[in-house]
Design a protein around this ligand. Structure first.
Ligand code: 0X9
Ligand code: ZN
Length: 433
Protein backbone atom coordinates (compact mmCIF):
# COMPACT_ATOMS: atom_id res chain seq x y z
CA UNK A 1 0.00 0.00 0.00
CA UNK A 2 1.37 3.41 -0.85
CA UNK A 3 2.33 5.63 2.14
CA UNK A 4 -0.27 8.39 1.54
CA UNK A 5 -2.97 5.75 1.37
CA UNK A 6 -1.92 4.18 4.71
CA UNK A 7 -1.87 7.62 6.26
CA UNK A 8 -5.30 8.38 4.86
CA UNK A 9 -6.80 5.13 6.11
CA UNK A 10 -5.57 5.60 9.66
CA UNK A 11 -6.78 9.20 9.75
CA UNK A 12 -10.21 8.19 8.61
CA UNK A 13 -10.52 5.02 10.63
CA UNK A 14 -9.97 7.04 13.77
CA UNK A 15 -12.84 9.33 12.77
CA UNK A 16 -15.11 6.51 11.71
CA UNK A 17 -14.55 4.43 14.82
CA UNK A 18 -15.55 7.28 17.14
CA UNK A 19 -18.62 6.39 19.20
CA UNK A 20 -21.88 7.48 17.65
CA UNK A 21 -20.58 7.27 14.08
CA UNK A 22 -22.46 4.31 12.76
CA UNK A 23 -23.14 3.80 9.05
CA UNK A 24 -22.83 0.01 9.09
CA UNK A 25 -24.30 -1.72 6.04
CA UNK A 26 -24.39 -5.32 4.91
CA UNK A 27 -22.43 -6.81 2.03
CA UNK A 28 -22.97 -4.87 -1.20
CA UNK A 29 -21.85 -4.75 -4.80
CA UNK A 30 -20.88 -1.25 -5.91
CA UNK A 31 -20.65 0.12 -9.40
CA UNK A 32 -17.84 2.64 -9.72
CA UNK A 33 -16.76 4.53 -12.82
CA UNK A 34 -13.41 6.26 -12.29
CA UNK A 35 -13.17 9.61 -14.05
CA UNK A 36 -9.44 10.26 -13.82
CA UNK A 37 -6.22 8.27 -13.70
CA UNK A 38 -5.88 9.18 -10.03
CA UNK A 39 -9.28 7.64 -9.34
CA UNK A 40 -8.24 4.54 -11.27
CA UNK A 41 -5.18 4.21 -9.02
CA UNK A 42 -7.24 4.67 -5.87
CA UNK A 43 -9.73 2.04 -6.96
CA UNK A 44 -6.90 -0.36 -7.82
CA UNK A 45 -5.46 0.17 -4.36
CA UNK A 46 -8.79 -0.32 -2.66
CA UNK A 47 -9.51 -3.55 -4.52
CA UNK A 48 -6.05 -4.90 -3.69
CA UNK A 49 -5.68 -3.87 -0.09
CA UNK A 50 -9.15 -4.24 1.34
CA UNK A 51 -11.29 -7.29 1.70
CA UNK A 52 -13.23 -6.82 -1.54
CA UNK A 53 -13.73 -8.86 -4.70
CA UNK A 54 -13.57 -7.29 -8.12
CA UNK A 55 -16.45 -8.77 -10.14
CA UNK A 56 -15.66 -6.76 -13.21
CA UNK A 57 -13.17 -6.27 -14.71
CA UNK A 58 -11.63 -9.56 -13.70
CA UNK A 59 -8.33 -8.00 -12.64
CA UNK A 60 -7.49 -4.54 -11.39
CA UNK A 61 -5.01 -3.96 -14.22
CA UNK A 62 -8.05 -3.60 -16.50
CA UNK A 63 -9.67 -0.88 -14.39
CA UNK A 64 -9.75 2.25 -16.51
CA UNK A 65 -11.36 5.65 -16.76
CA UNK A 66 -14.97 5.89 -17.93
CA UNK A 67 -15.44 2.13 -17.60
CA UNK A 68 -17.75 0.72 -14.92
CA UNK A 69 -16.09 -1.48 -12.32
CA UNK A 70 -18.22 -3.79 -10.16
CA UNK A 71 -16.82 -4.30 -6.68
CA UNK A 72 -18.16 -6.69 -4.05
CA UNK A 73 -17.65 -5.10 -0.66
CA UNK A 74 -18.32 -7.21 2.43
CA UNK A 75 -19.98 -5.52 5.39
CA UNK A 76 -16.81 -5.32 7.44
CA UNK A 77 -14.93 -3.23 4.85
CA UNK A 78 -17.92 -1.21 3.70
CA UNK A 79 -17.42 1.87 5.88
CA UNK A 80 -13.71 2.17 5.15
CA UNK A 81 -14.04 1.56 1.42
CA UNK A 82 -16.86 4.07 1.03
CA UNK A 83 -14.94 6.65 3.06
CA UNK A 84 -11.91 6.30 0.79
CA UNK A 85 -14.06 6.63 -2.32
CA UNK A 86 -15.79 9.69 -0.90
CA UNK A 87 -12.56 11.32 0.15
CA UNK A 88 -11.31 11.15 -3.43
CA UNK A 89 -14.57 12.33 -4.98
CA UNK A 90 -15.24 8.90 -6.47
CA UNK A 91 -18.96 8.37 -6.76
CA UNK A 92 -20.53 4.96 -6.58
CA UNK A 93 -23.90 3.36 -7.17
CA UNK A 94 -25.10 0.42 -5.13
CA UNK A 95 -25.58 -2.25 -7.76
CA UNK A 96 -26.72 -4.96 -5.37
CA UNK A 97 -27.91 -3.94 -1.93
CA UNK A 98 -28.35 -7.47 -0.71
CA UNK A 99 -26.17 -10.03 -2.44
CA UNK A 100 -26.68 -12.50 0.40
CA UNK A 101 -30.40 -12.71 -0.34
CA UNK A 102 -29.70 -13.29 -4.03
CA UNK A 103 -27.13 -15.96 -3.17
CA UNK A 104 -29.71 -17.79 -1.09
CA UNK A 105 -32.22 -17.50 -3.92
CA UNK A 106 -29.76 -19.09 -6.34
CA UNK A 107 -29.18 -22.01 -3.98
CA UNK A 108 -32.80 -22.59 -3.15
CA UNK A 109 -34.11 -25.82 -4.51
CA UNK A 110 -37.85 -25.48 -4.39
CA UNK A 111 -38.57 -28.60 -6.45
CA UNK A 112 -40.47 -30.07 -3.51
CA UNK A 113 -42.75 -27.03 -3.32
CA UNK A 114 -45.89 -27.90 -5.31
CA UNK A 115 -46.55 -24.17 -5.87
CA UNK A 116 -43.19 -23.74 -7.58
CA UNK A 117 -43.65 -23.21 -11.28
CA UNK A 118 -39.98 -23.43 -12.26
CA UNK A 119 -38.74 -26.55 -13.97
CA UNK A 120 -35.54 -28.47 -13.29
CA UNK A 121 -33.76 -26.44 -16.00
CA UNK A 122 -34.83 -23.14 -14.49
CA UNK A 123 -32.84 -23.77 -11.35
CA UNK A 124 -29.15 -23.84 -10.52
CA UNK A 125 -27.80 -27.24 -9.52
CA UNK A 126 -25.12 -28.57 -7.26
CA UNK A 127 -22.27 -30.54 -8.81
CA UNK A 128 -23.75 -33.82 -7.53
CA UNK A 129 -27.10 -32.99 -9.14
CA UNK A 130 -25.32 -32.24 -12.41
CA UNK A 131 -23.43 -35.56 -12.30
CA UNK A 132 -26.74 -37.35 -11.64
CA UNK A 133 -28.36 -35.50 -14.49
CA UNK A 134 -25.51 -36.49 -16.84
CA UNK A 135 -26.02 -40.18 -16.03
CA UNK A 136 -29.79 -39.98 -16.23
CA UNK A 137 -29.67 -38.19 -19.57
CA UNK A 138 -27.49 -40.93 -21.04
CA UNK A 139 -29.65 -43.71 -19.54
CA UNK A 140 -32.86 -42.17 -20.82
CA UNK A 141 -31.45 -41.69 -24.33
CA UNK A 142 -29.32 -44.79 -24.90
CA UNK A 143 -29.33 -44.54 -28.70
CA UNK A 144 -28.37 -40.91 -28.98
CA UNK A 145 -26.40 -39.90 -25.87
CA UNK A 146 -23.12 -41.32 -24.61
CA UNK A 147 -21.06 -40.25 -21.63
CA UNK A 148 -17.33 -39.93 -22.27
CA UNK A 149 -14.89 -39.57 -19.39
CA UNK A 150 -12.20 -37.24 -20.72
CA UNK A 151 -10.10 -36.91 -17.57
CA UNK A 152 -10.36 -35.77 -14.01
CA UNK A 153 -9.88 -32.56 -12.07
CA UNK A 154 -7.09 -31.63 -9.66
CA UNK A 155 -9.19 -33.00 -6.78
CA UNK A 156 -9.92 -36.11 -8.87
CA UNK A 157 -13.49 -35.38 -9.85
CA UNK A 158 -14.56 -36.82 -13.22
CA UNK A 159 -14.79 -34.61 -16.30
CA UNK A 160 -17.73 -35.99 -18.26
CA UNK A 161 -18.60 -35.06 -21.80
CA UNK A 162 -22.02 -35.86 -23.26
CA UNK A 163 -21.88 -36.89 -26.89
CA UNK A 164 -25.11 -36.30 -28.78
CA UNK A 165 -25.13 -38.31 -31.96
CA UNK A 166 -28.28 -38.59 -34.03
CA UNK A 167 -27.02 -40.64 -36.95
CA UNK A 168 -23.93 -42.53 -37.94
CA UNK A 169 -23.22 -41.27 -41.42
CA UNK A 170 -19.53 -41.53 -42.28
CA UNK A 171 -17.40 -38.35 -42.16
CA UNK A 172 -19.66 -36.75 -39.61
CA UNK A 173 -18.44 -33.44 -38.37
CA UNK A 174 -18.80 -32.23 -34.81
CA UNK A 175 -19.11 -29.23 -32.54
CA UNK A 176 -17.94 -28.77 -28.96
CA UNK A 177 -19.45 -26.70 -26.14
CA UNK A 178 -17.85 -26.36 -22.72
CA UNK A 179 -19.34 -24.69 -19.68
CA UNK A 180 -18.15 -23.80 -16.23
CA UNK A 181 -14.48 -22.97 -16.85
CA UNK A 182 -14.97 -20.23 -14.26
CA UNK A 183 -16.50 -21.49 -11.05
CA UNK A 184 -18.62 -18.48 -10.12
CA UNK A 185 -20.36 -18.17 -13.50
CA UNK A 186 -23.25 -20.43 -12.59
CA UNK A 187 -25.38 -19.57 -15.60
CA UNK A 188 -22.77 -21.36 -17.72
CA UNK A 189 -23.33 -24.98 -16.52
CA UNK A 190 -27.06 -24.15 -16.45
CA UNK A 191 -26.75 -23.31 -20.16
CA UNK A 192 -25.06 -26.61 -21.05
CA UNK A 193 -27.91 -28.47 -19.36
CA UNK A 194 -30.46 -26.27 -21.11
CA UNK A 195 -28.79 -26.86 -24.46
CA UNK A 196 -28.73 -30.66 -24.11
CA UNK A 197 -32.32 -30.76 -22.91
CA UNK A 198 -33.48 -28.51 -25.73
CA UNK A 199 -31.58 -30.52 -28.34
CA UNK A 200 -33.06 -33.82 -27.16
CA UNK A 201 -36.57 -32.38 -26.88
CA UNK A 202 -36.66 -30.45 -30.14
CA UNK A 203 -34.90 -32.78 -32.56
CA UNK A 204 -37.38 -33.31 -35.42
CA UNK A 205 -39.41 -30.32 -34.17
CA UNK A 206 -37.17 -27.31 -34.49
CA UNK A 207 -35.68 -27.03 -37.96
CA UNK A 208 -32.33 -25.59 -36.88
CA UNK A 209 -31.76 -28.13 -34.11
CA UNK A 210 -32.71 -30.92 -36.52
CA UNK A 211 -30.39 -29.63 -39.19
CA UNK A 212 -27.49 -29.29 -36.75
CA UNK A 213 -27.95 -32.70 -35.15
CA UNK A 214 -28.45 -34.39 -38.53
CA UNK A 215 -25.10 -33.10 -39.69
CA UNK A 216 -22.94 -32.93 -36.58
CA UNK A 217 -22.16 -34.80 -33.41
CA UNK A 218 -22.27 -32.49 -30.42
CA UNK A 219 -19.85 -32.79 -27.50
CA UNK A 220 -20.94 -31.01 -24.33
CA UNK A 221 -18.77 -30.63 -21.24
CA UNK A 222 -21.21 -29.26 -18.62
CA UNK A 223 -18.66 -28.45 -15.91
CA UNK A 224 -15.02 -28.02 -16.89
CA UNK A 225 -14.00 -26.85 -13.41
CA UNK A 226 -15.89 -29.15 -11.01
CA UNK A 227 -13.62 -28.45 -8.01
CA UNK A 228 -14.12 -24.71 -8.28
CA UNK A 229 -17.85 -25.07 -8.92
CA UNK A 230 -18.28 -27.29 -5.88
CA UNK A 231 -16.28 -24.81 -3.79
CA UNK A 232 -18.62 -21.96 -4.73
CA UNK A 233 -21.59 -24.02 -3.56
CA UNK A 234 -20.17 -25.39 -0.35
CA UNK A 235 -17.85 -22.81 1.15
CA UNK A 236 -19.40 -19.81 2.80
CA UNK A 237 -17.87 -16.59 1.49
CA UNK A 238 -16.41 -18.34 -1.57
CA UNK A 239 -19.31 -17.80 -3.94
CA UNK A 240 -16.96 -15.59 -6.04
CA UNK A 241 -14.27 -18.22 -6.59
CA UNK A 242 -13.17 -18.26 -10.26
CA UNK A 243 -10.18 -20.58 -10.62
CA UNK A 244 -9.66 -24.31 -10.20
CA UNK A 245 -8.43 -25.60 -6.81
CA UNK A 246 -4.87 -26.66 -7.50
CA UNK A 247 -2.38 -25.84 -4.78
CA UNK A 248 0.63 -23.87 -5.94
CA UNK A 249 4.16 -25.20 -5.43
CA UNK A 250 4.84 -22.76 -2.65
CA UNK A 251 1.64 -24.01 -1.03
CA UNK A 252 0.70 -20.45 -0.29
CA UNK A 253 -2.16 -19.84 -2.71
CA UNK A 254 -4.75 -21.93 -4.49
CA UNK A 255 -6.11 -21.89 -8.00
CA UNK A 256 -5.20 -21.48 -11.64
CA UNK A 257 -7.43 -19.59 -14.06
CA UNK A 258 -8.09 -22.35 -16.59
CA UNK A 259 -8.81 -19.72 -19.24
CA UNK A 260 -5.22 -18.51 -18.97
CA UNK A 261 -3.68 -21.98 -18.89
CA UNK A 262 -3.99 -22.96 -22.57
CA UNK A 263 -0.88 -23.07 -24.71
CA UNK A 264 -1.33 -19.92 -26.74
CA UNK A 265 1.00 -17.01 -26.06
CA UNK A 266 0.92 -18.42 -22.51
CA UNK A 267 1.65 -16.10 -19.59
CA UNK A 268 2.15 -12.93 -21.59
CA UNK A 269 -0.91 -10.69 -21.56
CA UNK A 270 -3.78 -10.27 -19.11
CA UNK A 271 -2.50 -13.09 -16.95
CA UNK A 272 -0.28 -13.45 -13.93
CA UNK A 273 2.26 -16.00 -12.77
CA UNK A 274 1.37 -15.14 -9.19
CA UNK A 275 -0.73 -18.04 -7.84
CA UNK A 276 -2.51 -15.67 -5.47
CA UNK A 277 -4.06 -13.74 -8.35
CA UNK A 278 -7.42 -14.25 -9.99
CA UNK A 279 -5.88 -14.52 -13.47
CA UNK A 280 -3.04 -16.87 -12.53
CA UNK A 281 -1.95 -18.76 -15.64
CA UNK A 282 -0.36 -21.67 -13.73
CA UNK A 283 3.30 -22.75 -13.66
CA UNK A 284 3.40 -23.76 -17.33
CA UNK A 285 0.97 -24.19 -20.27
CA UNK A 286 -1.55 -27.01 -19.71
CA UNK A 287 -0.24 -27.50 -16.18
CA UNK A 288 -3.78 -28.20 -14.99
CA UNK A 289 -5.50 -31.58 -15.44
CA UNK A 290 -8.73 -29.87 -16.53
CA UNK A 291 -6.93 -27.98 -19.33
CA UNK A 292 -5.03 -31.10 -20.36
CA UNK A 293 -8.21 -33.17 -20.55
CA UNK A 294 -9.94 -30.69 -22.86
CA UNK A 295 -6.84 -30.01 -24.96
CA UNK A 296 -6.10 -33.74 -25.40
CA UNK A 297 -9.68 -34.49 -26.39
CA UNK A 298 -9.78 -31.67 -28.93
CA UNK A 299 -6.36 -32.64 -30.32
CA UNK A 300 -7.64 -36.19 -30.85
CA UNK A 301 -10.82 -34.91 -32.52
CA UNK A 302 -9.46 -31.93 -34.39
CA UNK A 303 -10.21 -33.43 -37.79
CA UNK A 304 -13.92 -33.64 -37.04
CA UNK A 305 -14.60 -30.73 -34.67
CA UNK A 306 -15.39 -27.65 -36.74
CA UNK A 307 -16.97 -25.42 -34.13
CA UNK A 308 -15.72 -24.63 -30.62
CA UNK A 309 -17.90 -22.67 -28.17
CA UNK A 310 -17.08 -21.86 -24.56
CA UNK A 311 -19.75 -20.37 -22.31
CA UNK A 312 -19.01 -17.68 -19.71
CA UNK A 313 -20.72 -14.80 -17.94
CA UNK A 314 -21.35 -11.96 -17.48
CA UNK A 315 -21.45 -9.02 -19.95
CA UNK A 316 -23.49 -10.18 -22.99
CA UNK A 317 -20.74 -10.52 -25.55
CA UNK A 318 -20.15 -12.78 -28.52
CA UNK A 319 -16.38 -12.98 -28.81
CA UNK A 320 -14.13 -14.59 -31.41
CA UNK A 321 -10.32 -14.78 -31.86
CA UNK A 322 -8.02 -13.28 -31.28
CA UNK A 323 -7.74 -12.20 -27.68
CA UNK A 324 -4.00 -12.73 -27.38
CA UNK A 325 -3.18 -10.34 -30.20
CA UNK A 326 -4.80 -7.46 -32.06
CA UNK A 327 -3.99 -9.23 -35.35
CA UNK A 328 -7.07 -10.22 -37.32
CA UNK A 329 -7.99 -13.88 -37.59
CA UNK A 330 -7.64 -15.18 -41.13
CA UNK A 331 -11.44 -15.70 -41.43
CA UNK A 332 -12.27 -12.55 -39.44
CA UNK A 333 -15.05 -11.48 -41.81
CA UNK A 334 -16.80 -14.85 -41.60
CA UNK A 335 -16.61 -14.86 -37.80
CA UNK A 336 -17.84 -11.28 -37.62
CA UNK A 337 -20.77 -12.02 -39.92
CA UNK A 338 -21.73 -15.02 -37.77
CA UNK A 339 -21.82 -13.20 -34.44
CA UNK A 340 -23.41 -10.15 -36.00
CA UNK A 341 -26.28 -12.30 -37.21
CA UNK A 342 -26.53 -13.98 -33.79
CA UNK A 343 -26.64 -10.60 -32.03
CA UNK A 344 -29.24 -9.28 -34.49
CA UNK A 345 -31.47 -12.29 -33.95
CA UNK A 346 -31.18 -11.95 -30.16
CA UNK A 347 -32.14 -8.32 -30.49
CA UNK A 348 -35.08 -9.14 -32.71
CA UNK A 349 -36.47 -12.04 -30.66
CA UNK A 350 -35.49 -11.09 -27.12
CA UNK A 351 -34.87 -7.33 -27.26
CA UNK A 352 -31.48 -7.76 -25.63
CA UNK A 353 -28.19 -6.25 -26.73
CA UNK A 354 -25.01 -8.30 -27.20
CA UNK A 355 -21.78 -6.72 -28.28
CA UNK A 356 -19.57 -8.73 -30.59
CA UNK A 357 -16.11 -8.83 -32.12
CA UNK A 358 -12.57 -10.08 -31.53
CA UNK A 359 -11.69 -10.44 -27.84
CA UNK A 360 -8.61 -8.19 -27.75
CA UNK A 361 -10.56 -5.32 -29.29
CA UNK A 362 -13.92 -5.58 -27.54
CA UNK A 363 -12.86 -6.93 -24.14
CA UNK A 364 -9.16 -7.00 -23.32
CA UNK A 365 -5.94 -8.49 -24.70
CA UNK A 366 -5.34 -11.77 -22.97
CA UNK A 367 -3.15 -14.86 -23.43
CA UNK A 368 -3.81 -18.53 -22.74
CA UNK A 369 -7.55 -18.61 -23.54
CA UNK A 370 -9.31 -21.73 -24.78
CA UNK A 371 -10.96 -20.00 -27.77
CA UNK A 372 -7.66 -18.77 -29.25
CA UNK A 373 -6.04 -22.13 -28.54
CA UNK A 374 -8.85 -24.08 -30.26
CA UNK A 375 -8.65 -21.68 -33.20
CA UNK A 376 -4.91 -22.20 -33.58
CA UNK A 377 -5.41 -25.95 -33.33
CA UNK A 378 -7.37 -25.60 -36.56
CA UNK A 379 -10.96 -25.20 -35.35
CA UNK A 380 -11.69 -22.18 -37.48
CA UNK A 381 -15.02 -21.34 -35.90
CA UNK A 382 -14.21 -20.62 -32.29
CA UNK A 383 -16.22 -18.48 -29.88
CA UNK A 384 -16.57 -17.32 -26.29
CA UNK A 385 -20.12 -16.37 -25.39
CA UNK A 386 -20.54 -14.19 -22.32
CA UNK A 387 -24.13 -14.62 -21.16
CA UNK A 388 -26.45 -12.35 -19.17
CA UNK A 389 -26.43 -9.96 -17.68
CA UNK A 390 -24.55 -6.63 -17.92
CA UNK A 391 -24.21 -6.12 -14.20
CA UNK A 392 -27.73 -5.77 -12.88
CA UNK A 393 -27.26 -9.05 -10.99
CA UNK A 394 -23.86 -10.10 -12.33
CA UNK A 395 -22.93 -13.56 -11.03
CA UNK A 396 -26.12 -13.60 -8.98
CA UNK A 397 -28.53 -13.85 -11.89
CA UNK A 398 -31.77 -15.04 -10.27
CA UNK A 399 -33.19 -18.44 -11.26
CA UNK A 400 -36.15 -16.67 -12.87
CA UNK A 401 -33.71 -15.25 -15.46
CA UNK A 402 -32.19 -18.62 -16.43
CA UNK A 403 -34.69 -19.32 -19.20
CA UNK A 404 -34.23 -15.89 -20.80
CA UNK A 405 -30.44 -16.05 -20.61
CA UNK A 406 -30.32 -19.60 -21.96
CA UNK A 407 -32.83 -19.07 -24.75
CA UNK A 408 -30.92 -16.15 -26.18
CA UNK A 409 -27.61 -18.01 -25.88
CA UNK A 410 -29.23 -21.00 -27.54
CA UNK A 411 -30.28 -18.79 -30.43
CA UNK A 412 -26.67 -17.61 -30.75
CA UNK A 413 -25.37 -21.21 -30.71
CA UNK A 414 -27.90 -22.31 -33.32
CA UNK A 415 -27.11 -19.31 -35.51
CA UNK A 416 -23.37 -19.93 -35.59
CA UNK A 417 -23.75 -23.71 -35.94
CA UNK A 418 -26.07 -23.39 -38.95
CA UNK A 419 -23.66 -20.86 -40.47
CA UNK A 420 -20.79 -23.32 -40.00
CA UNK A 421 -22.82 -25.94 -41.88
CA UNK A 422 -23.53 -23.48 -44.69
CA UNK A 423 -19.87 -22.55 -44.93
CA UNK A 424 -18.42 -26.04 -44.72
CA UNK A 425 -20.92 -28.42 -46.28
CA UNK A 426 -20.56 -29.19 -49.93
CA UNK A 427 -23.71 -28.31 -51.90
CA UNK A 428 -26.15 -31.23 -51.92
CA UNK A 429 -25.81 -31.79 -55.69
CA UNK A 430 -21.99 -31.81 -55.64
CA UNK A 431 -21.82 -35.46 -56.70
CA UNK A 432 -23.55 -34.69 -60.01
CA UNK A 433 -20.80 -32.34 -61.11
O1 0X9 B 1 -11.34 -13.29 -19.20
C1 0X9 B 1 -11.91 -14.32 -19.54
O2 0X9 B 1 -11.42 -15.44 -19.39
C2 0X9 B 1 -13.29 -14.23 -20.19
N1 0X9 B 1 -14.11 -13.28 -19.49
S1 0X9 B 1 -14.68 -13.68 -18.00
O3 0X9 B 1 -15.32 -12.49 -17.47
N2 0X9 B 1 -15.82 -14.78 -18.16
O4 0X9 B 1 -13.63 -14.18 -17.21
C3 0X9 B 1 -13.16 -13.78 -21.62
C4 0X9 B 1 -12.42 -14.73 -22.50
C5 0X9 B 1 -12.22 -14.22 -23.89
N3 0X9 B 1 -11.23 -15.00 -24.60
C6 0X9 B 1 -9.91 -14.96 -24.28
N4 0X9 B 1 -9.44 -14.14 -23.42
N5 0X9 B 1 -9.11 -15.76 -24.96
ZN1 ZN C 1 -15.53 -16.65 -17.45
Amino acid sequence: MSTPLIWFVFMNLSILLKPGHCTETGDQVLSITPQTQEQVDILRNVSTHYETVLWQPVSNEYISTQVQAHLYVPANSSVTVKAILQKHGITHKVLLANPNELTKMQMKNDSTDPRSSSTFYERYHTLEEIYDWINRTAQDNPRTVKVILIGSSYEKRPLYVLKLSFNDRPNRKAMWIDCGIHAREWISPAFCMWFVHHSLSFYQQNSEITRILDSMDVYVLPVMNPDGYKYTWTTIKRRWWRKNRSISKSGFCVGVDLNRNFDVDWGIKGSSQNPCEEINCGPFPESEPETQAVANFLRRHKDTVQLYITIHSYSQMLIFPYSYTFDQAENHNDLLEMVQEAAQRIKRYYRNTYTYGPGAAILYPCSGGSDDWAYKLGIKYSFTFELQDRGEYGFLLPPSHISGACNEALLAVKTVAVKVLEKTQAPANDHTI
